[in-house]
Design a protein around this ligand. Structure first.
Ligand code: DAH
Length: 350
């Protein structure tokens, strides 16, 4: 019996798979197994023998059952581990390969712009994309009937009566709209922060434009606002020049042309040396050597007083320009729409 038990234990530990173990089980515990046969002979033994053999038989069976159960456990743990190993997804694999993801070109451009301005001592401010008429127009010195509003035609949100922001009565248009520029963030900053203010406000803006190679109804701008004592137009010109060379390199400079914006007085358009031909004249810059980047000017006294800032004590300048077009130029992309169709063959190039 001791022999049968030892051989049985050896067979159990030799089983290398659940299948093999199942076979061992039949040979160990089946009716034709050694122990099974011994069991069948028990009846023919005399009383004293039967008790001894029976006890030894039970012990052997118990030991073998235990060994068998332990082996079954080990095998199933090993099988499970093997299955997990073979099904494991190596998520780090893509990080090493050419399919590695990255930030969208517009986000990259925004982050670079922020870096340059933060390096010049500016903070970064944000405002909501759904604005009220007050922030997008009125506070910026653009009253309801102002003809310049047509430059910033936009989409109004129908909020019904769910909010106090919209008037929502009798089907009238609400005064909540998708902001047409980042200029309303100027107002939001000035309302809560006493001067001196040195901040930039990047973000998404909306216009009622049809998409074409150089327009999108949704695009991005970056606004700059400085309010301090004794700020003059030369500070504006100097800041824009400093920014231009910091961002584009020494070969690129800036110039200002008189213009009109309701929220600045005087106002200017600012151009930079064409980044493609570096000023010698090409198709992109219409052979002028210059590219228009955005608008700027001295913050209008009405805008300062709308925010409770004393314009006798404080003066300021502001500027705003489009981020998407900047990215377009820097990378020689000829159609703005490509930035937003999310074709990974295009996106992967930047
Ligand atoms: N908000 C203007 C636009 O979207 C751009 C602009 C012009 C911003 C002059 C300014 C500014 O801050 O001073 O066309």
């Amino acid at each position: 019996m001791g022999d049968a038990r030892a051989r049985g234990l050896a067979a159990v530990s030799a089983a290398a798979s659940a299948d093999e173990l199942a076979e061992v089980e039949t040979t160990l515990f089946g009716r034709k197994s050694v122990l099974g046969q011994i069991k069948q002979t028990l009846g023919s033994l005399d009383h004293e023998h039967r008790a001894t053999v029976g006890r030894a038989l039970n012990e052997a069976q118990l030991a073998l059952r235990e060994a068998h159960a332990a082996a079954a456990d080990d095998l199933s743990t090993a099988a499970r581990r093997e299955q997990l190993r073979s099904e494991q997804l190596d998520l780090t694999e893509s990080l090493a390969g050419p399919g590695r993801g990255h930030l969208h070109l517009v986000t990259q451009t925004t982050e670079r712009l922020e870096d340059v301005f933060v390096g010049m001592g500016f903070t970064v401010s944000e405002g909501p994309q759904a604005e009220t008429d007050w922030y997008n127009f009125e506070a910026l010195n653009l009253p309801a009937a102002h003809p310049a509003r047509s430059m910033w035609d936009t989409l109004y949100l129908d909020l019904g009566e769910r909010t106090e922001l919209g008037d929502g009565e009798g089907g009238e248009a609400s005064n909540v709209l998708l902001r047409t520029h980042t200029s309303p963030v100027q107002i939001r900053v000035m309302e809560v922060q006493p001067p001196p203010i040195y901040t930039i406000c990047p973000g998404r803006v909306f216009r009622r434009d049809t998409a074409d190679a150089s327009h999108m109804p949704v695009f991005h701008q970056i606004e700059g606002l400085v309010v301090d004592r004794g700020i003059s137009f030369t500070d504006l010109a100097g800041t824009l020049e400093e920014f231009t060379s910091a961002y584009f390199g020494k070969a690129i400079s800036s110039r200002l042309r008189p213009s009109y914006f309701p929220f600045t007085e005087p106002s200017a358009e600012f151009d930079i040396t064409c980044v493609l031909c570096e000023g010698s004249g090409c198709q992109t810059c219409g052979r002028t050597g210059w590219i228009e980047l955005g608008g700027c000017g001295m913050v209008h006294p009405n805008v300062l007083s709308n925010c409770g800032i004393d314009f006798e004590e404080w003066t300021g300048f502001a500027f705003g320009f489009g981020i998407d077009r900047l990215a377009l130029m820097r990378h020689g992309i000829d159609d703005l729409r490509d930035m937003y169709t999310n074709d990974t063959r295009f996106l992967a190039q930047f």
